[in-house]
Design a protein around this ligand. Structure first.
Ligand code: C2O
Length: 521
């Protein structure tokens, strides 16, 4: 059992390499928040106290953990719990049963985690299907200098009619501007990359060192050699890297490049490329001007559609229920740009959806009680669900599902800016998904993950079995799009949920504290 007592607070810090100060969210006064390391089968007891001296609310999500029989611990505000108000404590208590690998935790309340309330969550596994001498966690993120509340308010206002997403000022690696990873001659390393950013995907390339992908999103893969990674927000990729066998007498670059296609405009002073160091000896020169062709690098990144899981997981070869979600960004006539699944831009309900499920008895299976604004779907026990995402938008979106690893069974190829699909060229348009003429061959052993990229004007098709009762969020992990409503709510086997879960006193107190009444019990 790992017990944590965390209290949040604001603090102005100087992030290494960044000239301006930044107001961040600390846990017990510490920033960055600690990495949590557990073993498979361990229990986590985490008391999160809201210690903010303003009105900021909070909540914590453990990204990628399935929370089997512990849906109530999943964390998203107004989905599985009320936000935690100032002075209040929510008790997160769950066991990590089946899963191993690389995860992370983050606030799930507005764009709050952008101000630093996030950290790695690693589940160690004594029987990993690969070997190495040492491991290093490498976090990637984007940094906004202003407070998230201010950015969020301006973003979702009439003064931003085009819905242009806020542009970050910096890319961070391990919560600094530049980082050094130490290698010893002859050793093998596991590098766990986690994109904990709010918005921008990052490319990673190591100079003169090969990477072998062995894990994505907590799922072991067949080893796959690559020289470039593409990591979207929410995604994790772990690679094995072999250090040089003999002293190279130099250090090497680890290059991190923002995916600029996601930015509305690229400000002149924004550094898209950051050079970090793989150091064999700190007396050697810091690597400079690595010889690399960024455009080529982008083409070299491995397409996860072609990865295979280490333990063969056969294709779910049919579906019982298909959900088609058309992604569009548009205005509702009030000057603010919203994001839509079909024609609905998610707006939070007045009660957490889980509260509604647990207090509605037999009605919990009636979609009408959830209203029209949640994009809610109810799944029967053990149905195979197919989710089709059609992107009618020209942006790239990483979609994340809570409570499941899904199979990626169709995916439009990566879009490169110099290969535009002209509107009149219908053949190359990959929207909408055409089931009778799929773009790619269905994989026999599809990759499983919890966050997948939907390409501009492309589609992606996912399958999973509804075998985990819960209220699970499905959303774009670009936090600005989450704010704009690119969210669906999957309510899986509500009656089983009513049997497993109860609204504890702590849960009810947290709600009462922020003034959200508990209907029923
Ligand atoms: Cu990483 Cu709904 O979250």
């Amino acid at each position: 059992i790992h017990t944590f007592h965390f209290t949040t607070s604001w603090k102005s810090v100087q992030i290494p390499g960044i000239p301006q100060n930044k107001s961040v969210i600390t846990l017990n006064g510490q920033w960055p928040p600690p990495a949590i390391h557990v073993n498979k089968g361990d229990t986590v007891e985490l008391y999160l106290t809201n210690g903010f001296d303003d009105l900021t609310q909070t909540s914590l999500h453990f990204h990628g953990l399935l929370q089997t029989h512990s849906n109530i611990m999943d964390g998203p505000s107004m989905i599985t719990q009320c936000p935690i108000g100032p002075g209040s404590t929510f008790f997160y208590n769950f066991t990590v049963n089946e899963q191993t690998g690389t995860y992370w935790y983050h606030a799930h309340n507005g764009a709050q985690y952008g101000d630093g309330l996030r950290g790695p969550f690693i589940v160690h596994d004594p029987s990993e299907p690969f070997t190495y001498d040492e491991e290093r966690v490498v976090t990637l993120s984007d940094l906004y200098l202003q407070k998230y509340t201010k950015i969020q308010d301006e973003f979702l206002s009439r003064y931003n009619p085009t819905g242009a997403e806020p542009i970050p000022q910096y890319s961070l690696i391990n919560d600094r501007l530049n980082d050094t990873i130490h290698f010893e001659v002859g050793k093998t390393y596991l590098l766990r990359f986690i994109n904990m950013g709010l918005f921008v995907s990052q490319y990673i390339q190591l100079e003169d060192h090969e990477m072998t992908i062995v894990e994505v999103d907590g799922v072991y893969t067949k080893p796959n050699v690559t020289n470039t990674l593409y990591v979207a927000t929410g995604q994790r990729v772990s690679v094995i890297v072999k250090a040089k066998e003999v002293n190279p007498h130099k250090n090497f670059a680890m290059v991190q490049v923002m995916d600029e296609t996601m930015l509305d405009v690229v400000p002149d002073d924004l550094a898209l490329l950051t050079i970090n160091q793989i150091s064999y000896n700190d007396n050697y020169k810091y690597p400079q001007n690595p010889n690399l062709d960024v455009e080529q690098m982008k083409r070299n990144s491995t397409n996860d559609f072609y990865l295979t899981t280490h333990k063969a997981t056969p294709l779910l070869d049919h579906y019982d229920r298909q959900i088609v979600l058309d992604v569009r960004m548009q205005n509702l006539g009030d000057g603010i740009k919203y994001a839509f699944f079909n024609n609905v831009s998610y707006t939070a309900a007045k009660l957490p959806v889980l509260t509604t499920v647990l207090t509605s008895g037999k009605l919990a299976n009636d979609i009408r009680i959830y209203g029209d604004n949640l994009n809610a779907f109810i799944f029967e026990p053990n149905e195979v669900i197919e989710v089709v995402l059609n992107n009618y938008d020209t942006g790239r979106h990483p979609f994340h599902l809570h409570g499941h690893n899904f199979q990626v069974v169709q995916k439009s190829p990566a879009f490169h800016e110099d290969e535009t699909f002209p509107d009149e060229d219908q053949d190359k348009m990959t929207v909408p998904y055409n089931e009778s003429a799929p773009l790619m061959k269905m994989p026999n052993l599809p990759i499983l993950r919890d966050t997948v990229i939907l390409e501009p004007n492309g589609h992606v098709v996912l399958r999973f079995r509804a075998s985990n009762p819960g209220v699970w969020l499905f959303h774009c992990h670009l936090d600005w799009h989450l704010q704009q409503g690119l969210v669906a709510v999957f309510i899986e086997d509500p009656f089983a949920l009513q049997e497993h879960e109860e609204l504890t006193d702590n849960y009810k107190d947290v709600c009462a504290n922020v003034g959200i009444a508990n209907r029923g019990n």
